[in-house]
Design a protein. Structure first.
Length: 95
């Protein structure tokens, strides 16, 4: 097994580094950036990734760049895909 650590899911980063310090709920953020609560919930709960459109909205809301968000997603996608192709187990590696 490789020593590569799986990065946090972007939804977890959104929640812990951007929403929780501001005491934002999913409902409040969803309304503020113009998406449905259910779609944002899927991202926060790691059921779907951050799209380029969502990355732009998050960058405007949190004064970051869209690339910050897309880079988080791209890095995770790459590592997960590499693990799948090589058959390495993921469950013990996700931090």
């Amino acid at each position: 097994m490789s020593n590569v650590i799986i990065p946090k899911y972007p939804g977890e980063t959104l929640k812990t580094k951007f929403m929780e310090p501001r005491c934002l709920t999913i409902t409040e953020l969803a309304k503020g950036i113009g998406i449905t609560r259910s779609n944002l919930s899927l991202v926060i709960n790691n059921h779907t990734g951050i799209s380029p459109d969502l990355a732009i909205k998050l960058s405007q809301a949190f004064n970051t760049t869209a690339e910050y968000w897309t880079d988080l997603q791209t890095k995770l996608n790459y590592i997960l895909r590499k693990r799948k192709l090589t058959g390495e187990r993921l469950d013990a590696l996700i931090k």
